[in-house]
Write a new protein. Sequence first.
Length: 425
Amino acid sequence: MSEKFIIEPSERLVGELAIAGAKNAVLPVLAAALLTRGTSFIQNVPHLSDVESMCQLLESLGAKSRWDVGNGDLAIDTQNLLTHEASYELVGKLRASFLVMGPLLACMGRAKVPLPGGCAIGTRPVDLHLKGFAALGADIDHSHGYVTVTAPKLRGAKIYLDFPSVGATENIMMAAALAEGQTILENCAVEPEIVDLANFLNSAGAQIRGAGTDTIKITGVNQCQLKGTEHSVIPDRIEAGTFMVAAALTRGDILLNNVMADHVKPVTAKLKEVGVQVDELETGIRVRHAHGQEVISADIKTLPYPGFPTDMQAQFMSLLATAKGTSIVTETVFENRFMQVGELKRMGAEIKIDSRSAVIEGVDNLAGAQVAASDLRAGAALVLAGLCAQGTTEITGIHHIDRGYCRLDDKLNGLGAKIKRVECE
């Protein structure tokens, strides 16, 4: 049975909460566990449907998992993998499932993976992944909706990515961990999640240097050298950013714990630009609305890290929809990431799209309406808009939101929001 959110206008959101582990960090770490033999213990794992889907995929390949959801501890045993072929049904549930290709290729010499699913936010081709595998010596075949890569032995190579793709960087880095010799990966992504993955692999016995820079050097090791390990996942910078915007939208005062301030610098900078006070404390980050201070317009351009994250564009648009003045949001990462615009306009926002830019004229108030979440971050944007809208907001398609936010409704309610999760009729 599908569910929906019923949101009533909230007062100022006030309080304190802890940010969960990062979805975009734990998924590649789970895929990387396929490279090891033994049991890895992953901590700070968020209870998300995407994580459940990844665990199901790993189990279909022969791994065993035990998840203490309450504590966020997940044990994954990859001692006995059974197959190199990933389930079509399971891969179709999430984009990150394609990350099993690199580890399967490296440790089994062959991988057969369907083209992945995930949010419909634009084309995210796997060409760069396959280009990297080919450079490492793999043969590649496309047929019947599957990609099959084969290489009895991978060999290190110098690889230049045409675009600093996060997924390609992760997949190639994992494959190269068991390649013979050294791999130099240039123009690679520098996101914190890349660093987290490298830290996990290095703790398991890999030799990876340079993660977090645009050049990563991987010296391949023998498979017997990669053992199960312990690892704590970094905090989710997008969840943190979402709650930071929630504080700004409701003119509230929220203290966020378990946040790495460096990871949310672009969001912090833009919040300060629009007139919101952000303070870095020993225990976390405090976001509050200064009394008498108006939220004003600002321009945003999404870019790969450390630029403003595309995963925060939709949420920030909800804030700018109520800011004083005209704002321009330019999306450079994905070509179809203004899915929230039509629904925000149903709530009274004044937004015009011109190619990859959205021009936003701030309005005094948004109005509650029946809207639908089309993807994860668009859904979060609609929840934020509903918090400050006049009247009742009803959001369907909230399974998208559950893919990337752990109990978003419960956490917001704990700060003073009025959100009910009910079954759709």
